[in-house]
Design a protein around this ligand. Structure first.
Ligand code: FAD
Ligand code: DLZ
Ligand code: SF4
Length: 508
């Protein structure tokens, strides 16, 4: 009897477990463009376009290989506009009572699919290197979870950058070499752009018509939408940017949104690239002597370490994880995040490129927009919705732990040991933003005091009970306590006034 095989918009991998389990001569692949997935948060138009264009091309590829694909376009009149609705419509159409499903990336979607009145054959998403069960087993019984320990285990397990039992170069982690600010005049090969072909152009018109109110520019659109393009992006990164990836990983430049970053996250997350092939290529570059170890290690750590670790945390804790708010923050997300005016050059740059490119690199997400939201005490649920909406690579399994855990400390320290907060000095050290800012990064109080400076101490002061005994933060409390009481009072009062202006919708 015929079975359905569900392929979601982020499961566009030829080796998908559900496809491997099915019989191309008998079964029907179901793929559906639906409004529910496009609107459960207001996704950036480039993210929707990437997914729909890549889905259409993946379906064509499967058909060319002999699969029967029941593909629903967004504007099909019969479209029920939800994934469960489309599965059941196809089940009736083909007389199917059975379905193969690869575990989806979101708790929300998995719950909805589990409710389908069909005989369900669930398969692990083995595109990840660590299964949900393996992660849970690793975490079991540990008092604290730390990415570094998980990462070492993954290095041993995968053999990446290992020399026998030992890590290559005698160290697991070369992060201390990876904190160089970037030089503005250094030549860097820009990442490749992929001009839209007719399939993508049709999708772009559709997205423009159906999601007109979503934050973000749709055009120019330059993402790759098929496997060949994604492989070309990997090749470009490995050849031109990887060598300096490590050293400049934390740097930010106003005139360069990409620096030495790979821009591979959207392709990894929707299945056009496999994490193993990406790590294989990076390791091969190092073994051939073309890139230094600090870059290869730094990159592989992001993939087999952070990427797998956050997924493990998500599946171990969802959906409760999504509702956490350990610091009790309740401020509304300032309008700046949706493109509202700001005098802060760093926020303007990070949010401006997010609007135009659906992309910001890690340190911009963590130490500019994330840092500001945390210092200002924004409700983590609103911060989470923003990050899930505005980036081309955003899927809840990876976005939520990064936002709620790493960036907002809403999980109370499950994912990381301390909150990522900094004053303007960090941003000044790692970027060239401050030179072009209306505020002065060296001013700690006064009309032009950098907001990060004011809010940093306000944050530490209001959360003293929680953080002053944290060994990694005690030094900051000692610094604060040594300051003149009059100065401290002025900082707190100016920070309070700044937050009130933010709440009143005034330009900050
Ligand atoms: P590179 O700097 O080139 O890094 C290489 C790869 O490593 C990335 O492609 C990505 O697959 C992986 N990686 C790096 N850091 C992380 C990390 N912390 N967690 C998981 N994988 C990582 N990443 C997403 O893929 N989707 C998200 O929705 C997302 N939301 C984030 C939200 C916040 C608040 C923060 C602080 C980080 C978030 N990240 C997210 C992680 C990281 O910022 C992006 O993976 C990275 O910026 C993607 O750009 P890139 O491909 O150029 O990365
Ligand atoms: C993000 C997204 C969007 C915008 N649209 C679709 C869609 O129309 N059809 C589909 O199958 N998937 C889409 N996706 C990706 C899903 O939201 C994703 O599979 C879930 O979030 C699980 O990770
Ligand atoms: Fe950002 Fe402050 Fe520097 Fe301005 S002075 S760019 S607000 S860190």
């Amino acid at each position: 009897m015929v079975s359905l095989v569900l392929v979601l918009g982020d499961q566009l991998s030829q080796s998908l477990s559900a496809l491997r389990a099915a019989d191309p001569s008998r079964d029907v692949v179901v793929m559906a463009e639906v409004m529910e997935e496009g609107t459960y948060v207001p996704h950036h138009p480039q993210k929707i376009a990437l997914i729909l264009a890549a889905m259409r091309k993946f379906a064509m590829r499967l058909e060319a290989q002999g699969w029967r694909v029941a593909y629903t376009r967004l504007d099909d009149p019969a479209n029920t506009q939800s994934l469960p609705g489309e599965v059941m419509r196809r089940a009736a159409e083909f007389g199917a009572g059975h379905i193969h499903l690869t575990r989806p990336g979101e708790f929300r979607v998995e719950t909805a699919l589990l409710g389908l009145p069909l005989d369900q054959h669930w398969l692990e998403d083995d595109r990840f290197l660590c299964s949900r069960a393996e992660f849970a087993a690793w975490a079991e019984g540990r008092k604290v979870l730390r990415m570094e320990w998980f990462y070492r285990e993954m290095r041993r397990r995968t053999g990446y950058l290992m020399e026998g039992e030992d890590p290559a170069g005698g160290q697991w982690n070369f992060d201390h070499e990876n904190r160089k600010p970037a030089e503005a005049d250094l030549f860097r090969a820009p990442p490749p752009r992929f001009p839209p072909d007719p399939v993508t152009e049709e999708v772009l018109d559709l997205v423009a018509a159906r999601f007109p109110a979503h934050f973000g520019r749709l055009r120019p659109f330059g993402w790759a939408t098929d496997r060949e393009g994604a492989l070309a992006a990997l090749d470009h990164f490995a050849t031109h940017a990887l060598a300096d990836f490590g050293s400049y990983q934390d740097a930010m430049l106003a005139g360069d949104p990409f620096l030495h970053h790979s821009l591979l996250s959207p392709y990894l997350n929707i299945g056009l690239l496999d994490p193993r092939e990406v790590c294989d290529r990076v390791e091969a570059e190092w073994r051939a002597g073309r890139v230094p170890l600090n870059s290869a290690e730094g990159f592989i750590r992001q993939i087999i370490g952070w990427r797998e670790y956050v997924r493990g945390i998500y599946w171990m804790t969802a959906p409760e994880y999504l509702r956490q708010n350990a610091l009790g923050h309740d401020r509304r997300l300032p309008a700046i995040y949706w493109g509202g005016e700001t005098r802060m050059a760093c926020m303007k740059a990070a949010i401006g490129q997010t609007r135009d490119l659906a992309y910001a690199h890690h340190i911009q997400r963590l130490m500019v927009t994330g840092n500001f939201a945390l210092l200002a005490g924004v409700d983590p649920a609103e911060v989470h919705e923003w990050y899930l909406s505005v980036y081309v690579d955003a899927f809840e399994w990876v976005e939520a732990p990064n936002t709620l855990g790493m960036s907002q400390f809403a999980d109370g320290g499950l994912l990381g040991s301390k909150p990522y907060v900094s004053s303007g000095a960090y941003i000044d050290r790692m970027s060239d933003y401050c030179g072009g800012c209306a505020y002065r990064v060296k001013d700690r109080t006064g009309p032009r005091a950098c907001p990060f400076n004011l809010l940093y101490w306000h944050f530490l002061n209001r959360h003293r009970d929680r953080f002053q005994r944290n060994p990694r933060m005690a030094q900051m409390y000692r610094t604060w306590d040594r300051m003149d009481p009059g100065h401290r009072a002025r900082v707190l009062s100016e920070a309070g006034a700044l937050l009130s202006r933010l709440d009143d919708g005034q330009v900050v």
